[in-house]
Write a protein of this length. Sequence first.
Length: 166
Amino acid sequence: MKRATRSIVLGVSGAAVAAAVVLGIGFLGSPAQERERRVDDRRLADLHGITAAADLYWTRHGRLPASLDDLAAEPGLGISTRDPTSSEMYEYRALDDGRYEVCATFATDAGGATGSSSIIQRSCQGCHGPGSPIAARLDDPVAAHVAFRDLWAHGAGRHCFQMRVR
């Protein structure tokens, strides 16, 4: 192969690789954005664990715990009560008989819900499992997954989820 042809092939190949990298970062986000999304996923998993623990506490005691510390002290409940990056305690507040809210501060927007006016008014207890409030109403597993995702939709910043024990 001639030197000029080889240079052209190498130049086009290099440009294609560079374009693929730029498109990949544009489509998937930067590594820093991916880290933030994963930390937010961890926050959601922690809040989901808190809601499952609150449901169990209600079953055991017939009332909601007064605080997140009371819930964490309950035997047999291994819940994460602190944000994975700031180490601040998640917020928990009993509202009335059977209703409470859990709050966290998120780095990313997941679903477009923003501010306290977008508090989600549905409950979740093992949303993917049999007998869950979402799965009981939805025979379609894809629809159940979308409902679960919508339940935990949040914007960037502080967001509270209002829950009801089941």
